[in-house]
Design a protein around this ligand. Structure first.
Ligand code: ADP
Ligand code: MG
Length: 636
């Protein structure tokens, strides 16, 4: 072994250093969580070894009982957390403790504001982890040996949590990891065993591995003798939380368990804990986080449940149990039927997994439904964080389309705010007695949707319209033909048949009145092949003109998204609708000069494009034409 391999000083990765610094500052008021994080890691390490030992029992040697030991040394002012889990090789120590592997970390960090209060919220999204040690310790020493490696292949990692850390190869007789925290002066409370015990009970009762501590010795004569000093006792419940019955688990315990498995810092919003018996036997405990992780939109970021088979941890991020649109769900599933050596490949093929997947999917949707009913405010919080993801549902999960549709929330023309908080069911409740369709308008922004000319007739008739302005919305409605038996109808598409939904207003006829045919003809001549057709609008009451998509054409929002993504989109022509009651259109009809007729007609056409948020083909001409008419007004 070379000299440098024996002992070297290495710098923390920039991201790791930034995160470390931030962590120390922002979590100071909640510093006891360091212990939670270290126990969480120890328990993960034991889970991993237990799993590997199924195939390679030799890894365990003669030490097959798993445990985590915590002790404090008042003289040295140290707290030590030791586990006999998987341990780390030297290379793993350098990677795991010196860098942050999560993709997107750098970007996450650039989003930090420097405002510690806000940033500590963000840290929560990231998960706290091992670096929490430095909240209480000025120096941290990690000694570890990977299970299966020789005694001479141990490794010691030391750092003061600043720019760098030291690693050296050491001899270590036992596998697993021992972490020694040299406490800061103002953290001496953590040397008291009653304090440590209280923290363990608070945060680690759910940990399925026994957590042992030296029993706090009563001050009797026995305590002076050496023998009593080694008396360790188990201080947590040490049974897998999900195996307990719901009634026996307190909300706080559910929350602590959530933080452990989700590597989250904040409480979950809600959870669903179920035992299934029958042909397939399994237990699931699934959580809805309160906050979206920073990498929610990264397609590669890990997702899925933690899989256990008969209480034995098998793998993290088992994706097969939930569809992609529920990727925000965290939790565990523990199966009694799967084999202990199940692999991801097997999971993909096993038909039993399919039926578990549909049952688990339904559970999540049910628990969201329940939340929406019992606590609309919390549900709204969920929606703000994950609504966009849920909107992928109808396209991905045909079987649950209606259920998902019931969970969607929108802004509408009557809700008067950008906040998406109206369900389709509440829309249907408010529908006019003879209204048969659910109307929507899609645009690039709330503002554009809200003030779309297409809404004019609906406003006049008091018909509510759903406002769609998220990128995914047109994709969503293209997979959601109806809700509650009511078809969804784009107000900017095809001919509007509002007459069947009349409020007594006199019907406008389908055939244009003879006095308009001349105008329509002239307009058709102006636009020629640029438009599908020109017709008298039944939609407009205030605006002079608008553009409509034909029945089978792609919506404009979807078209723009595809174009932005560089995809070829088939040419399509729009229907140009004019409002014959509008003074500008009346003026147009009277225009004798063909050149001026053309220019005014083009201004109306371009205005219609602008109103729906589209780009003009020739903005300079628009400005020039418009100015011509403005000057005319000014001159008059
Ligand atoms: P996380 O637990 O979210 O992965 P941490 O910062 O808590 O992040 O830990 C970083 C990594 O260090 C872990 O993923 C694990 O690989 C390694 N690690 C930490 N503690 C231990 C331990 N006690 N035994 C083995 N590996 C550990
Ligand atoms: Mg951790």
């Amino acid at each position: 072994m070379s000299e440098t391999a024996a002992k070297e000083t290495l710098g923390f990765q920039t991201e790791a250093r930034q995160l470390l610094k931030l962590m120390i500052h922002s979590l100071y008021s909640n510093r006891e969580i360091f212990l939670r994080e270290l126990i969480s890691n120890a328990s993960d390490a034991i889970d991993k070894l237990r799993f590997l030992s199924l195939e390679s029992p030799d890894l365990l040697g003669d030490d097959a009982t798993f445990e985590i030991r915590i002790s404090a040394d008042k003289d040295a002012k140290t707290v030590t957390i030791a586990d006999n889990g998987i341990g780390m090789s030297r290379q793993e120590v350098i990677e795991n403790l010196g860098t942050i592997a999560k993709s997107g970390t750098a970007q996450f960090l650039t989003n930090l504001t420097g405002d510690q209060k806000k940033d500590s919220q963000l840290i929560g999204q990231f998960g706290v982890g091992f670096y929490a040690s430095f909240i209480v310790a000025g120096r941290v020493v990690v000694e570890t040996r990977r299970a299966g490696q020789g005694e001479s292949e141990g490794c010691r990692w030391t750092s003061a949590g600043e720019a760098d850390f030291e690693v050296e190869t050491i001899t270590r007789t036992t596998r697993g990891t021992t972490i020694t925290l040299h406490l800061n002066d103002d953290c001496e409370e953590f040397l008291e065993s009653y304090r440590l015990q209280a923290i363990v009970r608070k945060y680690a009762d759910h940990v399925s591995v026994p957590v042992l501590m030296q029993s706090s010795k009563p001050n009797d004569e026995d305590s002076a003798t050496d023998g009593a000093e080694d008396a360790f006792e188990v201080i947590n419940k040490a049974t897998a939380l999900w195996t307990r019955s719901r009634a026996d688990v307190a909300d706080e315990e559910y929350q602590e368990f959530y933080k452990h498995i989700a590597h989250d810092f904040q409480d979950a919003l809600t959870w669903s804990h179920n035992k299934v018996e029958g042909k397939l036997e399994y237990t699931s405990l699934m959580y809805i986080p309160a906050k979206a992780p920073f990498d929610l939109w990264n397609r590669e970021s890990p997702r899925g449940l933690k899989l256990y088979v008969q209480r034995v941890f098998i793998m993290d991020e088992a994706e097969q149990f939930l569809p992609l649109y529920l990727r925000f769900v965290k939790g565990v599933v523990d199966s009694n039927d799967l084999s202990l050596n199940v692999s991801r490949e097997i999971l993909q093929k096993d038909p039993a997994i399919d039926s578990m997947r549909s049952a688990l999917t339904k559970r999540v949707l049910d628990s969201l439904e329940k939340l929406a009913k019992s606590d609309p405010e919390k549900y709204q919080q969920f929606w703000e964080e994950f609504g966009q993801v849920l909107k992928e549902g109808p396209a991905e999960d045909f079987a649950n389309k209606e259920k998902i549709a019931g969970l969607l929330r929108f802004s509408t023309s009557s809700s008067g705010s950008e906040t998406q908080n109206q369900s389709l069911a509440s829309y249907v409740e408010r529908m006019k007695s003879d209204q048969t369709k659910i109307y929507y308008v899609a645009a690039d922004s709330y503002q554009t949707a809200k003030s779309s000319p297409h809404l004019e007739i609906f406003r006049k008739r008091g018909i509510e319209v759903v406002l769609l302005f998220d990128r995914i919305d047109e994709w969503l409605v293209s997979h959601l033909a109806e809700f509650d038996g009511k078809p969804l109808q784009d107000v900017a598409r095809g001919s509007l048949d509002l007459d069947s939904e009349s409020d007594g207003t006199e019907d406008k006829k389908k055939e244009p009145a003879p006095e308009h045919t001349e105008l329509l003809k002239r307009l058709e001549k102006t636009f020629g092949d640029d438009v599908e057709s020109v017709c008298v609008s039944q939609r407009l009451t205030e605006s002079p003109s608008c553009l409509v998509v034909t029945e089978d054409d792609m919506g404009m929002q979807m078209r723009r998204i595809l174009e932005q993504a560089g995809q070829a989109v088939p040419e399509s022509k729009r229907i140009f609708e004019i409002n014959v009651d509008h003074p500008l259109v009346k003026r147009l009809a009277l225009e004798a000069d063909e050149g001026r007729f053309d220019r005014l007609a083009r201004v109306l056409f371009d205005q219609a494009l602008l109103a729906e948020g589209s780009q003009l083909n020739d903005p300079a001409s628009f400005v020039k034409n418009l100015n011509e008419f403005l000057l005319e007004v000014a001159g008059e």
